[in-house]
Structures are given as C-alpha cells and as structure tokens.
Design a protein. Sequence first.
Length: 91
Amino acid sequence: LGVYPHAAILNHSCAPNCILRFSYSNNGPILKVIAVRDIQPGDEMTHSYTDCALPTKQRQSKLQDIYKFICTCPLCHIPQCSNQCYEEEER
C-alpha cells in the first residue's frame, strides 16, 4: 500500500491527459503519472476515476454513486447524435 499525496490532487476527466501507473521496486511501491497527450504549462493534469470506454450514462452513474459528483468534462458534454447513436452506446 502507498499514500500518494501528489496524485491525490489530480482531478477527474473522462478525457484525461494523463494516466496513473503503479509499479513496485525493492524500495516499495512507485506511482508514475504518464502524459497521454501534450500538456501545456498551466493546463490542469487530469486522470479518469472510471473506465473511459464506458458509455456516458454508465460513467456518469458510477461517478455519481462512488464519488458523489456529476462529471462536466468535454467528453460528457458531447450531445447524443441520434437515438440510434444512443442505443449503440447503451449496448
């Protein structure tokens, strides 16, 4: 087990710009924050608290149930293109 106060300040986004990777060494656990796209000075670093591949409604539900917030990231604001798109997302 480990406590990572620097990682604890990272906020959530369903379209994160970094991921967290845990590894172990002889000295104990190590946490790496890895950028998944360019991050400009002043940009907030975010990671996903849930599976980004889940449909929007499932991501929103999990975040509300577990973390007690409604995500307002850019990915969650993409309007549904049609009922067909929505139905495919639900499968």
